[in-house]
Design a protein around this ligand. Structure first.
Ligand SMILES: Cc1cc2nc3c(=O)[nH]c(=O)nc-3n(C[C@H](O)[C@H](O)[C@H](O)COP(=O)(O)OP(=O)(O)OC[C@H]3O[C@@H](n4cnc5c(N)ncnc54)[C@H](O)[C@@H]3O)c2cc1C
Length: 178
């Protein structure tokens, strides 16, 4: 659907033997190492999401100023401008959550829950922003002439990769002791 620059294939390892000197980390420690990488990667996906959402807002504001319908730019209509206001607010919050998680990681503190909160909120913000951006562009949002079409296709994977939204909610509920 999106992320067309990401060359994704299945990898298959049948009877694959790896010489000892080629081992990365300790034997049997793969899952632990992988999970550690995931925590950090979630901050990365949160940052990607903030960037995508911001691009949606910028394109939407630009278009809302240019596109005239019923005698005035569509940005003068609250049905359009309120969508931009919501995008702006959510992006600010997603950015703060992302910075907080990155700061916790830099300080050497435990940041598993913060990374999940940032990834979950930012990726869902990106999806909402992409949907709103396409809506604001009307039919032009659905064709490739405007970049929001690609943003919409690219946004969905942010809610799936590095742990789906449901998995982030599981991490957060674990933090709550539920
Ligand atoms: C192009 C592309 C690039 C990707 N790049 C990356 C990457 O760089 N890093 C990365 O980590 N992932 C990446 N992914 C995502 C990864 O490959 C998996 O798709 C993702 O981890 C989800 O696993 P799954 O597809 O097996 O879904 P499944 O685990 O089969 O889940 C299917 C559905 O069931 C839900 N579900 C599963 N278990 C539970 C549960 N216990 N409780 C509640 N709901 C549950 C899921 O949330 C989801 O909605 C990429 C995917 C694609 C398509």
């Amino acid at each position: 659907m999106g992320w067309r620059y990401s060359d994704t294939h299945e990898l298959s390892f049948v009877d694959c033997r790896v010489p000892k000197e080629n081992l990365l980390g300790e034997r049997g420690g793969g899952l632990r190492a992988f999970l550690r990488v995931l925590d950090c990667g979630r901050i990365g996906v949160a940052a990607l999401s903030v960037g995508l959402a911001r691009a949606c807002l910028e394109e939407s504001v630009k278009y809302a100023r240019e596109r005239v319908q019923f005698g005035e730019p569509i940005g003068k209509k609250q049905g359009v401008s309120f969508k931009c206001a919501d995008m702006f607010m959510e992006i600010e919050l997603a950015r703060l959550a992302t910075y907080k998680a990155a700061w916790m990681a830099d300080q050497g503190k435990r940041y598993t829950t913060d990374a999940s909160i940032a990834k979950l909120f930012a990726s869902e913000t990106a999806m909402r922003a992409a949907s709103a951006a396409v809506q604001i562009h009307g039919g032009y949002g659905y064709i490739e002439d405007y970049p929001v079409c690609r943003y919409f296709r690219d946004a969905k994977i942010l809610e799936i990769g590095e742990g789906t939204s449901e998995i982030q909610r599981l991490v957060i509920t674990r933090h709550l002791g539920l």
